[in-house]
Design a binder for this molecule. Structure first.
Ligand code: SAM
Length: 214
């Protein structure tokens, strides 16, 4: 598998131009997390979700992203946000620090089961007991364009649903079963299938998940 440095480089190259359209559901989030709670956005990109939270009165907000260019763009757009460069392997926070962690469109570019497990373990470490995980990402699609690329890259990467974009990014679309296994340490509060527009203007199956740390 291409290494994390290559993925980081790709995201840095995309940071000046890409808009992330995956909607954040404030309504679903606010059912479980209140504005005074401490929230961490992992793979925060240019900070659009944290800014939406800020606009809605949340004021204890932190974001991490391994792309320095994303962090720079975020700090330029929203200088009041606390955005930190970090790749999620060792989050620079103590255990049980946050009331909620947000992870939107990040699993998709950490494609192996091992990378995803480690990321979720590290998130669970910094999340308080009963803390809320808000997770949103892409699901497997069944149209010809996707079926073709899943088949093309399955032999190379050994995982069905992984493919490579012309920009160089390696991405993964997930089965629902995989997402539910990955979030085994959480009580499932919500799993909702939806359709997202992607950063390249295509449409894809996706989901919203909310879980409470056991
Ligand atoms: C599709 S973008 C989504 C950004 C943001 N979550 C949003 O929805 O606006 C994925 C982001 O995750 C970051 N990322 C991917 N893997 C990461 C990792 N292991 N650690 C930190 N950031 C990561 C990328 O740099 C990119 O900014």
């Amino acid at each position: 598998m291409e290494n994390i440095k290559d993925q980081e480089k790709c995201w840095n190259e995309l940071a000046g131009t890409k808009e992330f359209p995956t909607p954040f559901s404030m309504k679903k989030f606010e059912k479980h997390v209140t504005p005074r709670m401490k929230v961490l956005d992992v793979g925060c990109g240019y900070g659009r979700t944290l800014n939406e939270l800020h606009t809605n009165g949340f004021n204890n907000l932190t974001g991490v992203d391994f792309s320095v260019a994303m962090i720079k763009r975020g700090l330029k757009l929203y200088p009041y946000l606390n955005l930190i460069k970090n790749n999620g392997e060792n989050l620079p926070f103590p255990d049980n620090e946050f009331d909620s962690v947000i992870l939107i469109g990040v699993l998709t570019s950490n494609v192996t089961d091992i990378e995803q497990d480690l990321l979720l373990k590290e998130i669970s470490r910094v999340l308080k007991n009963n803390g809320i995980l808000y997770l949103s990402d892409f699901l497997l699609n069944h149209d010809q364009r996707n079926l073709k690329r899943y088949a093309k890259y399955e032999d190379k990467y050994g995982i069905y649903g992984v493919f490579k974009l012309p920009e160089g990014l390696i991405l993964r679309h997930h089965s629902i079963k995989h997402i539910l296994e990955l979030t085994n340490d959480y009580d499932n509060l919500l799993f909702e299938k939806t359709i997202f527009r992607t950063m390249n203007g295509n449409i894809s199956n996706g989901f919203y998940y909310l879980g409470r740390k056991k």
